[in-house]
Ligand binder design. Structure first.
Ligand code: ADP
Length: 169
């Protein structure tokens, strides 16, 4: 979707902020679902001002997970990672907004919860790297690859906020 090239200079009518259609993939991992964090995680992205354009719950297949984590396949923890990620359903989402990839990484916090700052999602909800609750794409290119992997085009919805289409009777 053009990432940082998109819509530079355009301003949202409602907020006056740069209106960039950058997208990222966020996943609530199986431990996040099991520990009932879906709502709190969604709330953080909504209150930050991002727009939810795709959402589904699924049991990820080994094939999907091996593609998602293909860059980590030589790591010693890779087999455990795939077992963890297939240990229950995940909730995958696509969020849209200005610098959403970078901002999401900041919101999610360090990979290792021991180093994640309080106030970040991992810093507030997790204590071990093998159960760190949430995934966020780490670059615009990675986000595009992951969104295509997890979602079909028709599963992503474009919508406008009601305050931009208000007609007074
Ligand atoms: P991030 O998820 O922060 O982008 P990585 O891409 O490096 O981090 O790793 C992917 C996932 O693999 C991590 O979120 C974590 O669940 C798992 N992981 C990373 N390092 C380790 C480790 N040393 N031991 C166990 N699991 C790990």
């Amino acid at each position: 979707l053009g990432g940082s090239r998109a819509a530079v200079g355009l301003r949202s009518k409602s907020t006056g902020l740069p209106d960039v259609k950058e997208r990222t993939l966020i996943a609530v991992k199986p431990d996040g679902v099991q520990r009932r964090f879906i709502g709190q995680i969604i709330q953080r992205f909504e209150q930050r001002g991002f727009k939810l354009v795709g959402l589904k719950m699924l049991q990820a297949s080994e094939d999907l997970l091996s593609q998602h984590y293909s860059e980590l396949r030589t790591k010693p923890f890779y087999p455990r990672l795939l077992k963890y990620m297939s240990s229950g359903p995940v909730v995958v989402m696509v969020w849209e907004g200005h610098k959403v990839v970078q901002t999401s990484r900041t919101m999610v916090g360090h990979t290792n919860p021991a180093e994640a700052l309080a106030g970040t999602i991992r810093g507030d909800f997790s204590f071990h790297v093998s159960r760190n609750v949430i995934h966020a794409s780490d670059s615009e290119e990675g986000a595009q690859r992951e969104i295509q992997l997890w979602f079909k085009g028709r599963e992503l919805l474009n919508w406008d906020c009601c305050d931009q289409s208000l007609t007074l009777a």
